[in-house]
Design a protein around this ligand. Structure first.
Ligand code: AMP
Ligand code: MG
Length: 398
């Protein structure tokens, strides 16, 4: 029985970021950049106005209190200035407008009064450079705007758009084949007779994979014979990862490990010191990584977050922070554990003048019914049997 961190490390060692592909900017939300993004031009690319107001050149006219200037031209954003400024003159400019040659400051329109005709009177004295956005003031050409390995959020979309970068280099998303094992399982839509179980793991794992940046591929249900599993695995050749649920304990019908060995896979993990989810198989089969998750819906859910999620993140190109985040929270109710293994108790993490963990109760790995809105697991170490209400506990954030 291997400790959780040892297994996580062992799994991550087997994962490398997948290849690079170019995708359209509009499809890139949530993907991971495979190259640094550098600006070819300075930002801003030209001097422009930070205010609606008047572009002025500085000079002797400033010695006159409340000087009156003559307006040369009006420059909305986008218009090319035609007339260089000289002392005593100004140009009407709007925010973002190119500034005419000779501009040394912009006076905001609240500090100016139009006298009629082409005359405007200024209040106060402009400071040199005020309300001007100078070429290259934010970034020089050649500077990196977004580093490699950044997950693309709407902010990165805006930066990429401002560089006219329609094709974005990103890491490929892992293709994850998902299958369920069990003679008792029936697919959704079928009315189960007594003793039959609807295959809820497959849709759950599909959703988890999608949520965590992978592309799920449903492979259906496999009957509990080695031959059936071998046949289905033959159809998973294009997958980067394979996830199965069920058939990894020590029951008569638990043959996943045996099949993997028969296929020549290197079985690296068989049991993990965790509850739920002690029976967990991890193997490398050629280029493909294989997770045999336990069949109990809660166990496979917990197993996914601790053992598959980090691999998905690394494969998808995230440069670090592969494991789920951990923090300390105050539990709102007492937490109990048998103390024999590291225990992950499901619940809800909320913020109210600090983080609070509210356990869902009725802690049974077969009980999926109270998992709605789960967003954290509280961790009780082996040997730790109780955390009293109001005390701090370590939590894994989903
Ligand atoms: P196993 O690990 O195959 O022994 O399965 C453990 C328990 O989980 C059994 O009660 C199964 O019926 C249940 N189970 C296994 N696979 C699934 C599945 N895909 N969906 C829902 N329950 C399952
Ligand atoms: Mg089974």
């Amino acid at each position: 029985m291997l400790p959780v961190p040892v297994v996580q490390e062992l799994i991550l060692q087997r994962v490398t970021p997948l290849g690079v592909e170019k995708i359209h900017l509009y499809d890139s939300l949530g993907r991971v950049l495979a190259e640094a993004i550098v600006t070819p031009d300075p930002i801003p690319a030209w001097d422009n106005s930070a205010m609606d107001g008047y572009a002025v050149a500085l000079g002797d006219w400033q010695l006159t209190p409340e000087p009156v200037l003559t307006i040369l031209e009006e420059l909305p954003a986008g218009k090319i200035p035609q007339k260089p400024l000289q002392p005593g003159f100004c140009s009407r400019v709007m925010t973002g407008a190119l500034l005419p040659e000779g501009t040394e400051a912009v006076v905001m329109q609240e500090q100016a009064e139009v006298l009629g005709g082409d005359r405007v009177q200024l209040r106060g004295y402009p400071r040199s450079g005020q309300f001007m956005r100078k070429r290259g003031e934010f970034r020089s050409s050649g500077e990196t705007l977004i580093t490699q390995g950044t997950a693309i959020t709407p902010a990165e979309i805006g930066i990429l758009a401002s560089l006219n970068k329609l094709q974005v280099p990103v890491y490929r998303q892992p293709l994850v084949a998902i299958l369920s094992t069990g003679d008792e399982l029936v697919p959704l839509g079928v009315d189960p007779r007594s003793g039959q179980v609807l295959d809820s793991n497959q849709p759950t794992l599909m959703a988890l994979v999608r949520q965590c940046g992978g592309i799920p591929k449903a492979m259906g249900i496999v009957r509990d014979t080695p031959e059936a599993l071998i046949t289905l695995l033959g159809q998973c050749a294009d997958a980067d990862f394979i996830l199965s649920s069920g058939g990894v304990s020590v029951g008569t019908y638990d043959y996943v490990e045996a099949v993997l060995e028969r296929l020549g896979a290197e079985v690296l993990v068989r049991q993990v010191n965790m509850k739920p989810g002690k029976p967990l198989t991890f193997a490398q089969w050629g280029q493909t990584l294989y997770w045999g998750l336990p069949g109990n819906p809660v166990s496979s859910f917990v197993g996914f977050w601790l053992m598959v999620y980090p691999a998905l993140r690394k494969a998808a190109g995230h440069p670090h922070d592969w494991l789920p985040k951990e923090m300390t929270a105050v539990t709102t109710a007492a937490l109990k554990s048998g103390g024999d293994r590291r225990h992950y108790l499901r619940g809800r993490l909320t913020w109210q003048d600090g983080y609070h963990f509210e356990p869902f109760g009725l802690d049974n790995s077969g009980n999926f019914a109270n998992l709605s809105q789960v967003n954290a697991f509280a961790v009780l170490e082996s040997g730790q049997t109780r955390v009293a209400a109001g005390c701090e506990v370590r939590v894994v954030v989903l």
